[in-house]
Ligand binder design. Structure first.
Ligand SMILES: NC(=O)C1=CN([C@@H]2O[C@H](COP(=O)(O)OP(=O)(O)OC[C@H]3O[C@@H](n4cnc5c(N)ncnc54)[C@H](OP(=O)(O)O)[C@@H]3O)[C@@H](O)[C@H]2O)C=CC1
Ligand SMILES: CC(=O)[C@@H](O)[C@H](O)COP(=O)(O)O
Ligand SMILES: [Mn+2]
Length: 383
């Protein structure tokens, strides 16, 4: 039996993780659940999975949750302190990090310090603090198991191979809902259209990131840290059907790929049960006769400049990936609130990367200071 703590249990990855736990009740035991504000959903999860601890965003929500649940053994906590408590709970063997954004940094680091394996969906954490997290994980001998579909595919493709013989990583991208469009088209795109991912059903923030291809940029940096390669050795290949989840090429010209239907429960359960594979319940299997064709394209980085800026951020290093990520989080939240136009997401990222005070090898505190500095810069310079 493996004890699991889930950070972000009410979201897209969180609920799919609970579906895996539901399908494997004898193997996975949920010990902690953390969410932000959806306390009615959390209350139902608590009733079904009976964790020891539940965490919500604020004290008020914690008090409301206490009224909704009838479980005297449940400890209810809140805020960042509470999220860290959920991450380091002594009974957990593994922490699945599925919160969105930089709020994942501290709990992930504390979970590693407490010796927990990490099933990592929260890519923003590695983008900003990959240099700290990968080093610490090695020191503490804990595994960082990728949940992001592409990184799980790379991890699966590298299984049993010598990393020294790896030539490059081929990171696949759907191209998002605006694939093939030009900059003039992007000028006036609507929120509703940006939220229509061609293949995946995901949370709102990552869905916008996929549409701008900033998601792919974050994933290039995530791959750099997870697999210890240069970002220049990560080549993005647009594969619009999202059937090939990523590939790796070796020195001898051999290419290994992982394919599957777009169902996040596969990478989730692969991370939770690694190195075992388990049957997947209620999912479709790939039918190559029905599939017809798989096609490939080069990404248009002159239109989707978010991807180009991520390569630039990776090359500059230090706190520049944090500047890119923080500006993107800030801008996407405004776009989701209909406060800015689509292309301002790129403008804000550009401005933050060009104007933030450079810090080489930033500490966690400096990463979080950079986040605040970026927010201030953007508030002062965009209205
Ligand atoms: N969705 C997907 O298929 C994929 C997602 N990822 C990554 O996984 C992460 C999660 O994405 P996704 O599931 O789509 O996002 P969602 O927006 O669907 O879920 C986010 C989760 O974080 C919780 N949360 C928000 N604020 C807080 C807070 N203050 N304290 C604690 N929890 C909080 C939310 O709770 P509540 O809603 O209750 O406020 C929710 O449970 C992201 O980093 C994303 O990039 C990676 C690959 C695929
Ligand atoms: C499911 C997943 O891992 C997402 O990151 C998804 O891959 C987004 O797709 P694109 O960014 O390629 O559109
Ligand atoms: Mn992905």
């Amino acid at each position: 039996m493996k004890n699991v703590s889930i950070l972000g249990s009410t979201g897209s990855i969180g609920t799919q993780t609970l579906d895996v736990c539901r399908n494997y009740k004898d193997d996975l035991n949920v010990v902690a659940l953390a969410c932000g504000t959806r306390i009615n959903d959390l209350a139902k999860q608590i009733e079904e999975f009976k964790p020891e601890l539940a965490c919500v965003a604020t004290k008020e929500l914690a008090e409301e949750l206490a009224k909704l649940v009838d479980n005297k053994n449940l400890k209810i906590v809140y805020g960042m302190e509470g999220l860290i408590e959920a991450a380091i709970i002594s009974s957990a063997d593994i922490v699945l990090t599925a919160v969105v954004g930089m709020m994942g940094i501290k709990p992930t680091i504390e979970a590693i310090n407490a010796g927990k394996d990490i099933a990592l969906a929260n890519k923003e954490t590695l983008v900003c603090a990959g240099h700290i997290i990968m080093k610490l994980a090695k020191e503490k001998n804990v595994a960082i198991l990728p949940v992001d579909s592409e990184h799980s595919a790379i991890f699966q493709s590298l299984n049993g191979e010598k990393k020294s013989q790896l030539r490059k990583i081929l990171l696949t991208a759907s191209g998002g809902p605006f694939r093939g469009k030009d900059r003039a088209f992007l000028e006036n795109v609507k929120l509703e259209d940006a939220l229509k991912h061609p293949n995946w059903s995901m949370g709102r923030k990552i869905t916008i990131d996929s549409s701008t291809m900033v998601n792919k940029g974050l994933e290039v940096i995530e791959a750099k840290w997870l697999f210890g390669v240069d970002a220049t050795d990560v080549q993005v290949v647009v594969q619009p059907q999202s059937v090939i989840h990523s590939m790796v090429e070796f020195e001898d010209g051999g290419v290994m790929a992982q394919l599957g239907t777009p169902d996040m429960r596969l990478p989730i359960q692969y991370a939770l049960f690694y190195p075992d594979r388990k049957p997947i319940a209620n999912s479709e299997f790939l039918d190559f006769y029905k599939l017809g064709q798989i096609s490939f394209e080069k990404p248009d980085m002159d239109t989707f400049v978010g991807l180009k800026m991520a390569y630039e951020a990776a090359a500059k290093g230090g706190n520049i990936p944090t500047a890119l990520n923080a500006a993107n989080e800030y801008a996407v939240a405004l776009f989701l609130d209909r406060k800015i136009k689509y292309l301002q997401i790129y403008d804000m990222i550009r401005f933050a990367m060009d104007n933030v005070r450079f810090i080489d090898n930033p500490t966690v505190e400096e990463i979080l200071e950079t986040e605040q500095e970026v927010y201030k810069l953007l508030k002062e310079n965009f209205n």
